[in-house]
Design a protein around this ligand. Sequence first.
Ligand SMILES: Cc1cc2nc3c(=O)[nH]c(=O)nc-3n(C[C@H](O)[C@H](O)[C@H](O)COP(=O)(O)OP(=O)(O)OC[C@H]3O[C@@H](n4cnc5c(N)ncnc54)[C@H](O)[C@@H]3O)c2cc1C
Length: 389
Amino acid sequence: MASETETKASYQEYFGETQNIIRRTVRKFVEREIKPFVDEWEEKCEFPRDLYGKAAEAGLLGLGYPEEYGGSGKADIFSEIAAGEELMRCGSAGVAAGLGSLHISIPPILSLGTEEQKQRLVPSVLRGEKISALGITEPNAGSDVANIKTKATRKGDHYVVNGSKMFITSGGRADQLTCAVRTGGEGYQGISFLVIPSDTPGYSVSEKLKKMGWWASDTAQIFFDDCKVPVENLLGEEGQGFYAIMENFQNERLQIAIMANVTSEMALEESLRYVREREAFGRPISGFQVTRHKLVDMATLVEASREFVYRVAAKINAGENQIKEISMAKNFSCMVSDRVTYDAVQLHGGYGYMREYLVERLYRDNRILSIGGGTQEIMKEIISKFIFT
Ligand SMILES: Cc1cc2nc3c(=O)[nH]c(=O)nc-3n(C[C@H](O)[C@H](O)[C@H](O)COP(=O)(O)OP(=O)(O)OC[C@H]3O[C@@H](n4cnc5c(N)ncnc54)[C@H](O)[C@@H]3O)c2cc1C
């Protein structure tokens, strides 16, 4: 079945034949390799490691990355959006987040790394053989990135790393961590990026952290106790880390806005189906005007959010600076998904609170979206700097 985005003429300016082929390929992969197992993986709080290899074979992991490092070659932003939307439609944002941790941890290697580093650190991840994660957040510093404390002290041809990273997606089983460390003095200028292999002596991980949502993704705390990391794993120059983190956030925020939109769309679709089936007081609950109006409000928000995020993505694609707009898009799409998932559960009544109904998971999985990748309040801080100039 063709999706809404594929068939609507109004979306053809964003999604052409290339994007539609990618969408269909990812959809087939999701139908075959993820959907039949997704409930089981959610309950087990883990998906099998070999899913990375399968996703790589289907072209999902390498999409948009340079061919010389095993990727498909440059893809436009809507190809990535089409793939991301279809992956989210597996119904588990945890699977999407776990498979997707490479999309936040590989870009800093590509933007700051040397040719040797790219050849050494990227292809095995795009082939799905190694798992890559991003380590910025610490137990005592999340929003306040410039205040991270994990220390990397240069000793000859290596750094000695001590400290800890918190809430790391794929952190439990990552083979390599693109990690923000302090190589210099206090503040943002003292931050660098170091790629730390997880088999480095002194590197250890916590038990999987128990979460409200994203159950199928492993989230862990990582500890560094005198980890010796070769200087060849420093990305760029010492002190370049903070700028790379900020650049990386732009991409992550767009990905989260897309996740929020798909969450809202699925919650709306589930609700439209349910209200036609469920009867109360002798008629389907869709027969109550209040129900229809609630769904109308949900549908209106879903459409407005989708249009806004696509518009911002199109401007990014055209090379326009969208720091303010992407922060707005993240906040708006998350506000919509907060509202729509809440109302979807409400429309399902008691069944909406039960795990066998998708809206229950959508509601839980959604909650992180306005926290991860920069909180709603931090987005507002960024936006306020633009509008008060
Ligand atoms: C499931 C999950 C997966 C994650 N994955 C990763 C990952 O892969 N890698 C990684 O590095 N991190 C990851 N994170 C961490 C995530 O990015 C942080 O949780 C987020 O940035 C917020 O940081 P914090 O939790 O320290 O909250 P804090 O920064 O302590 O914020 C607490 C509250 O204070 C508010 N606040 C803080 N500063 C201000 C301010 N200046 N003005 C107004 N309000 C403010 C915040 O908005 C928030 O409401 C993940 C988190 C979760 C839960």
